[in-house]
Design a protein around this ligand. Structure first.
Ligand SMILES: C[S@@+](CC[C@H](N)C(=O)[O-])C[C@H]1O[C@@H](n2cnc3c(N)ncnc32)[C@H](O)[C@@H]1O
Length: 242
């Protein structure tokens, strides 16, 4: 089952890689830019931070984090879909911060890094796609240093029942149609709503961060809970978790 999901996700992103960024903006009415901007403001980013962007895709978040870094900072963008990384690499060639960025092929379920390497590990709009949300967060937590931070920006489920109904109509009925018209294939954008069905809501995901032993865990609903930002810190030795 886990392998099946990963294969399916890989196939979906291989198909839409070239249209991913445009579709993101169209389908979210540009909201994703505001969400990323809000997320950036909550990150404890320093000029010399070492950041891992898990499931970086075409690099949207990787590039914006790199802009905030000084010459000693670095962002590694990791993804398992070659077609998404190809787009990221093309952009990298003309990016002024290119010497602070690397893209690598790898699997979020088994990150190819030693423990305690990064100050910050981010995952943007990708936890939903993972065969195991918990395993992905565990891996991110493993590779950040004690005191380092794990961050997820992801679609979520609105708390208000009335708004949820309206939103789900758009998300489950309208969005897949627009998506399939643009990419001329039903599969990729019928996957998008499917991927949210079994995904934990904001409160459940926050509890998952806590249960994994992170400290100072916080979550923020965005645009009435359509998306959510989650942040948790890796405990320092001897520090109580909460
Ligand atoms: C919706 S895109 C998000 C890309 C980017 N983070 C952003 O914010 O635009 C999801 C990405 O997750 C990647 N992905 C899904 N499962 C993965 C896994 N197990 N390991 C690495 N990448 C994965 C896909 O290849 C895809 O590029």
């Amino acid at each position: 089952m886990q392998g099946d999901k990963a294969e399916h996700v890989h196939e979906v992103f291989s198909k839409i890689a070239r249209r991913y960024d445009v579709m993101n903006s169209v389908l979210s009415f540009q909201q994703h830019r505001l969400w990323r901007h809000f997320a950036m403001r909550q990150l404890p980013l320093r000029r010399d931070s070492k950041i891992l962007d898990v499931a970086a895709g075409t690099g949207a978040w990787t590039f914006s984090m790199a802009k905030r870094l000084g010459p000693k900072g670095h962002v590694t963008g990791l993804d398992f879909t070659e077609a998404m990384l190809e787009v990221a690499q093309e952009r990298l060639a003309t990016c002024p911060e290119r010497d602070r960025i690397d893209f690598i092929h790898g699997n979020a379920m088994d990150l190819p890094f030693e423990d305690n390497q990064f100050d910050i590990a981010t995952v943007g709009f990708a936890l939903r796609n993972m065969p195991s949300v918990e395993k992905c967060l565990q891996e991110m937590l493993r590779v950040v240093k004690p005191g380092g931070v794990v961050v997820s920006l992801e679609l979520s489920k609105p708390d208000s029942a009335l708004f949820r109904r309206l939103y789900y109509f758009y998300f489950y009925k309208v969005l897949p149609r627009i998506g399939s018209l643009v990419v001329k294939d039903d599969a990729p954008y019928s996957w998008l709503p499917e991927s949210l069905i079994d995904f934990p809501n904001r409160h459940q995901l926050e509890q998952m961060f806590v249960d994994l032993g992170m400290t100072k865990v916080k979550s923020y609903p965005l645009t009435m809970g359509i998306a959510a930002l989650h942040i948790g810190y890796k405990a320092l030795p001897g520090q109580e978790t909460m």
